[in-house]
Design a protein. Structure first.
Length: 135
């Protein structure tokens, strides 16, 4: 794992804002608290560093949608929490099943539209999520 590997090219969208958890994540069948999501990966809260040797199966759900995005991801970075609190694991998506890329883009754009401080069109939200990372 290295900090350089975790760098995403697309904008990260914070999804654990103000106590709202519209995105739900499972990794190898275990519920995980997702922190942010991009078209290329996600980060999740983890008490200990997850195994970074092998990709793992994940399932991401959004809002009330019956659909799910599934695929495989790899842990590429872990930052320990201060004072022994849980840390954050950065994960890179290595493969998506079926139409996962399209579904993920739609969900992220919907989320951006919903939480934006100013009104956005769907096209503007898509441009934000496809744009370069500012983090």
């Amino acid at each position: 794992m290295s900090d350089n590997n975790e760098r995403r090219q697309r904008q990260r969208i914070m999804v654990d804002q103000a106590g709202h958890q519209d995105f739900r994540l499972e990794c190898d069948g275990q519920a995980c608290a997702v922190r942010d999501v991009s078209l290329e990966g996600f980060s999740m809260h983890a008490a200990t560093p997850p195994d970074a040797r092998e990709p793992f199966a994940f399932r991401l759900e959004y809002g009330q949608s019956a659909a799910a995005v599934t695929g495989r991801a790899r842990v590429v970075n872990y930052v320990s929490g201060a004072g022994g609190s849980r840390g954050v694991a950065g994960c890179s998506i290595v493969g998506l099943d079926a139409d996962g890329a399209h579904q993920l883009a739609e969900w992220l754009s919907e989320h951006v539209e919903a939480v934006a401080a100013v009104p956005l069109t769907h096209a503007e939200a898509l441009e934000i999520i496809a744009g370069p990372s500012r983090v």
